[in-house]
Write a protein that binds this ligand. Structure first.
Ligand code: FAD
Ligand code: SF4
Length: 471
């Protein structure tokens, strides 16, 4: 009641635009202690039961931080979340949107407290290699080392199963490593966790594409259970005239290259994709679009526009999403404060170029109209609003449509659900006995915290299948 919410803020714009290091500052431990005192220990903590997908036990870890018992706070945090060092950095914090203090004031800084607890745990040596007391003979293969695959692996390994994780990339981490830019998540944090998991007994087989280099059928024969965690990386395309011009790229191709450069990893693609000196259009106003905007500005783009077909949301929580729901409202990321111009209600009708190279976009404004009462509104072009924009590069960040052409899906005859993702039962098992699925591959592109939550549930399903029950 006495202390106000304090956010750490970002490093100065001029400084952070010159590097790829994390932009967000951290509160001091004294400030975190004070912020934890704002938690009211509500009788019904919506942050925990409604907001947080991994059901983090928020009021309890806040309590122990306030009491100065960081080790106990850490134990409570780790009881629900395998990787708070990732969520503490990149989670949009639906817990805070559901915080009771936020009904008529500012919510508790839950994400910052979570990050402080785990980082203090590492600094104080509370986190060390924990080899399980029991080792079962059962072996589990996990395909994909994004947050979902890592959560399945970590949960099973700690319970005593023998785990091997396969990934087609050179290093583990999935989108944590190759999608999310370093200015949101520096890669030493991913490497530190992978090293710990290796020391605890998990085997990582990287540079292996299951379905090409090794068959999924082989894995199902040689392991007692297999879990798919290959993500949902098939990007939504923009099929308009001129789409085949040179200069139009998918966001993940662009971001992966830059993340590799920052890590000193060789960029294996035949074409270097960079925004340096170019006018760039980021197509899509979401978080991936913001990651592209921040990257393009750091690469030295001449000008960056971000086009979004949806209308501009309200400045504050809309009435359609009352507390404790995740609010529909305008969000300004750090990248939006760094530069670029964001245009709402814009559709692109055509790309045009010269000698096969992109030169400009033909666009128009839209309004969203419901054809019939009760039907969802659709974008309708506003007559007379055509405009052209000159551009050298377009980055398509309009979301993802599912796991795409993954040869192992065809090889195994895996059933998909109505959204084009892999179908699973309540145990996270696919239509194939002993073959499980977790993360974006079954729920569609989502959040790191949801991938972790999903991985934990899939691990419980696998343990039940292997007759050892859950923990
Ligand atoms: C650019 C970008 C930024 C994002 N930023 C955020 C953010 O700030 N906060 C947030 O909460 N969420 C964010 N997300 C969403 C979040 O990263 C994903 O929801 C999450 O990573 C999904 O985890 P996953 O383990 O299911 O899949 P992924 O992270 O996609 O991992 C799948 C892994 O499987 C591997 N794989 C695929 N097929 C095979 C195969 N056949 N053989 C071997 N390996 C295979 C892939 O190489 C990959 O390593 C972002 C997403 C993107 C694209
Ligand atoms: S994981 Fe995300 S939703 Fe859960 S407590 Fe942390 S910041 Fe909040």
């Amino acid at each position: 009641m006495e202390d106000k919410r304090k956010d750490p803020g970002y490093r100065p714009k001029d400084e952070r635009l010159r590097d790829y290091r994390a932009v967000e500052r951290q509160l001091s431990y004294e400030e975190i202690h004070q912020q934890a005192s704002r938690c009211m220990d509500c009788g019904t903590p919506f942050c925990h039961a409604y907001g947080c997908p991994v059901v983090n036990v928020v009021p309890e870890f806040n309590h122990f931080v306030y009491r100065g018992n960081w080790q106990q706070a850490l134990n409570i945090l780790l009881s629900a979340n395998n990787f708070p060092e990732f969520t503490g950095r990149v989670c949009p914090a639906p817990c805070e949107a559901a915080c009771v203090a936020g009904i008529n004031g500012d919510p508790v800084t839950i994400r910052q407290i979570e990050l402080a607890v785990i980082e203090r745990g590492f600094e104080s040596g509370y986190i060390h290699t924990g080899v399980p007391a029991v080792r079962y003979n059962e072996r589990v293969a996990i395909i994909g080392s994004g947050p979902a695959g890592l959560a399945v692996a970590d949960t099973l390994n700690r319970a005593g199963y023998r785990v091997t994780v396969y990934d087609d990339a050179r290093y583990p981490g999935g989108i944590l490593r190759y999608g999310i830019p370093d200015f949101k998540l520096e890669k030493w944090a991913v490497e530190r966790r992978i090293k710990l998991m290796e020391e605890e007994g998990i085997v990582f087989e990287t540079g292996v594409t299951v379905g090409d280099d090794i068959s999924c059928r082989y894995l199902t024969r040689h392991f007692d259970a297999v879990c798919l965690a290959c993500g949902a990386r098939e990007p939504r395309d923009l099929i308009v005239p001129g789409r085949d011009l040179k200069g139009i790229y998918f966001a993940m191709d662009y971001l992966t290259q830059q993340n590799k450069r920052v890590s000193g990893e060789a960029v294996d693609s035949s074409e270097e994709i960079t925004a340096k000196g170019k006018t760039v259009i980021v197509m899509g106003g979401g978080d991936t679009g913001s990651d592209c905007l921040g990257t393009a500005l750091r690469q030295g783009a001449k000008k960056v526009y971000q086009f979004e077909i949806l209308p501009k949301p309200p400045a504050n929580r809309s009435e359609s999403t009352p507390w404790p729901m995740w609010p529909v409202m305008l969000r300004q990321t750090h990248a939006h404060k760094e530069g670029g111009e964001l245009l709402w209600s814009v559709m692109t009708k055509e790309f045009s170029g010269e000698k096969g190279i992109l030169k400009k976009l033909l666009c128009a404004e839209v309004e969203w109209v419901a054809a019939e009462e009760g039907k969802l509104p659709v974008p309708v072009e506003k007559p007379g609003t055509d405009f052209e924009v000159e551009a050298d590069m377009v980055l398509l960040t309009m979301g993802f449509v599912g796991p795409g052409k993954n040869r192992l899906i065809d090889e195994m005859g895996i059933e998909l659900n109505s959204t084009g993702n892999v179908k699973a039962d309540e145990r996270h098992m696919t239509n194939i006995e002993g073959l499980f699925v977790a993360g974006d591959m079954t729920r569609g592109q989502s959040l790191v915290v949801r991938a972790i939550a999903d991985g934990r549930k899939a691990a419980q399903g696998i343990m039940a299948y292997l007759n050892k029950g859950g923990r």
